[in-house]
Design a protein around this ligand. Structure first.
Ligand code: HSE
Length: 393
C-alpha cells in the first residue's frame, strides 16, 4: 500500500510551478498543503492563503510528512532540508549546489534519523540517472560516466554553432526560457555541471568529493576564434563533465569544454537537452538522453521522487558503504587546446608535450598534453578573458 503524502513545498519558481502543473493533472495519493516563498509581493496563480514566508510554518506542521525543496539559495536550502530530515520528514530536493556541497553530512543525517532525501531532479533534469547508478549499475564496474549535464551552456553553444547567434544573445534566451540559474555564472562557468558531477561520482563510485577539489572550466571565455577553429575542423564544442575510473584505484573528475566530432554520441545533443554516456565493463556503452532544464522536465523528475517516497524509497549509498578502494585524484594527463595571449601562461602551465602551436597577432594557441593538477594550480591564469581551454580527444 502506498502512503498518503502531505507536502510542504519550498519555492514556487520555474520548477515549483512545473511540478504543480503536473501534479494537478494527476490523481495521486498526495496533496500540497502549503508553499513557502521568499517574496510575498509577487503575483501568484493560486489562493494567497496557501503561501507563507515562514519556513517553520511548514517544518513544524505535524500533518506535513514530506518536504519538497526547490529554492535557489543553497545555504538556506541546507538549513531547511537538514531540519526536515531531523524531524522525521522525508525530503525531495533539486538543489544540486546544496547537495554537492553537503552530501556526506546529508547522508549521515539520513542514516541517523531514518529519513530519506531524494534528488533525481538535481542531476540532468528529466534523465533518471541517479536511480540507475544507484540500483541498476549496483554491481557493474563503471569505466566512466560523462556527457552534457548543463542545459543552459548546451543551449548557448547550440545557438552559436547552429544559428550563428552571439554569446550574449544566446545567454539571454537561455535566461528568458528559465533554463539558466539566477546567477548564470554557475551555468557558463561550469559550476552547475561540476555540482552534478560530484553527485554522480557518489552514486557511480561511492566517493564524496568536495566540488572545490574538482576542476571546472566553463564556456564563458569562448571567442569567435575558437568557434572558427572548431568549425574548420568540423567539430562542435560541448561542455563535458567526466568521471573516469583508472586502474581500479583512482577516480578522475573534471568539467571542461570539449571538441566533439560527428562520430561522438554527444554531437547531436542540442539546446537544453542533456546526455549521459555510461561506459560499463559488461553492458559496454549506454546513453541516456532527455531535457536537462525547464519546469516540466525537471518537475517530472521531482514528481518521480515524490511518488517513490510513497513507498519509502531511499538511496542506500551501497558503493560508499562497501568500503571501496577507490580514491579521488587529479593526477591525470589530458590533451587540450589552449588559446592564450601571454607567453608566460604557457611557461607556467608546464605542458608535458606540445604537439601543435599557432601564432598570429590576435590569435595564438597550443595543443598539448597537460596534467589536471597543473590546470587546477593555474586556474587564476586561465580565468583571463584572453584564454580558453578545450579538451581534444
Ligand atoms: N541551470 C541548469 C541547467 C538547470 O541549465 O542545466 C537544470 O539543472
Amino acid at each position: 500500500m502506498s502512503k498518503k503524502l502531505t507536502l510542504g513545498l519550498f519555492g514556487f519558481g520555474v520548477v515549483g510551478q512545473g511540478l504543480y502543473d503536473i501534479i494537478k493533472t494527476k490523481k495521486l495519493n498526495l496533496e500540497i498543503k502549503r508553499f513557502a516563498i521568499k517574496n510575498p509581493e509577487k503575483k501568484r496563480t493560486l489562493p494567497l492563503d496557501l503561501f507563507t514566508t515562514k519556513a517553520d510554518d511548514l517544518l513544524d506542521d505535524p500533518e506535513i510528512n514530506t518536504i519538497v525543496e526547490l529554492i535557489d539559495d543553497a545555504e538556506a536550502a541546507f538549513e531547511i532540508v537538514s531540519k526536515a530530515l531531523k524531524t522525521g520528514k522525508n525530503v525531495v530536493s533539486a538543489n544540486k549546489k546544496m547537495i554537492a556541497n553537503h552530501l556526506e553530512e546529508l547522508v549521515d543525517i539520513q542514516q541517523a534519523y531514518g529519513t530519506s532525501l531524494l534528488y533525481e531532479g538535481a542531476v540532468c533534469g528529466s534523465i533518471p540517472i541517479i536511480r540507475n547508478l544507484e540500483e541498476y549499475y549496483d554491481n557493474e564496474l563503471l569505466h566512466s560516466v560523462s556527457g552534457i549535464f548543463n542545459g543552459s551552456s548546451n543551449y548557448i553553444l547550440s545557438k552559436i554553432f547552429n544559428e550563428h547567434l552571439d554569446y550574449d544573445t544566446a545567454l539571454k534566451h537561455a535566461q528568458n526560457l528559465g533554463f539558466a540559474e539566477t546567477d548564470p555564472t554557475l551555468d557558463v562557468g561550469g559550476f552547475d555541471a561540476k555540482f552534478k558531477l560530484a553527485i554522480v561520482a557518489s552514486h557511480a563510485y561511492g566517493l564524496y568529493v568536495q566540488p572545490s577539489n574538482i576542476l571546472n572550466i566553463g564556456i564563458d571565455k569562448l571567442s569567435d576564434y575558437d568557434v572558427r577553429f572548431a568549425r574548420e575542423k568540423k567539430y562542435k564544442i560541448k561542455l563535458v563533465p567526466t568521471a573516469k575510473e583508472i586502474g581500479n584505484e583512482r577516480v578522475i573528475l573534471y568539467v571542461i569544454p570539449k571538441f566533439v566530432t560527428e562520430k561522438s554520441i554527444l554531437y547531436a545533443v542540442e539546446n537544453e537537452y542533456n546526455g549521459v554516456v555510461v561506459q560499463a565493463a559488461f553492458a559496454d556503452q549506454q546513453f541516456f538522453y532527455g531535457k536537462g532544464a525547464g519546469g516540466h522536465p525537471t518537475g517530472s523528475a521531482v514528481l518521480s521522487d515524490i511518488t517513490a517516497l510513497r513507498y519509502d524509497y531511499r538511496y542506500e549509498y551501497k558503493k560508499h558503504l562497501a568500503a571501496t578502494q577507490l580514491v579521488h585524484s587529479n593526477n591525470h594527463k589530458i590533451t587540450v587546446y589552449l588559446r592564450y595571449n601571454d607567453e608566460a601562461v604557457i611557461e607556467k602551465l608546464n605542458f608535458i608535450k606540445v604537439s601543435e602551436r599557432f601564432y598570429a597577432r590576435e590569435f595564438k594557441y597550443v595543443i598539448g598534453d597537460i596534467n589536471l593538477e597543473s590546470l587546477i594550480a593555474n586556474k587564476e591564469l586561465l580565468a583571463a578573458d584572453d584564454s580558453f581551454v578545450v579538451e581534444v580527444d
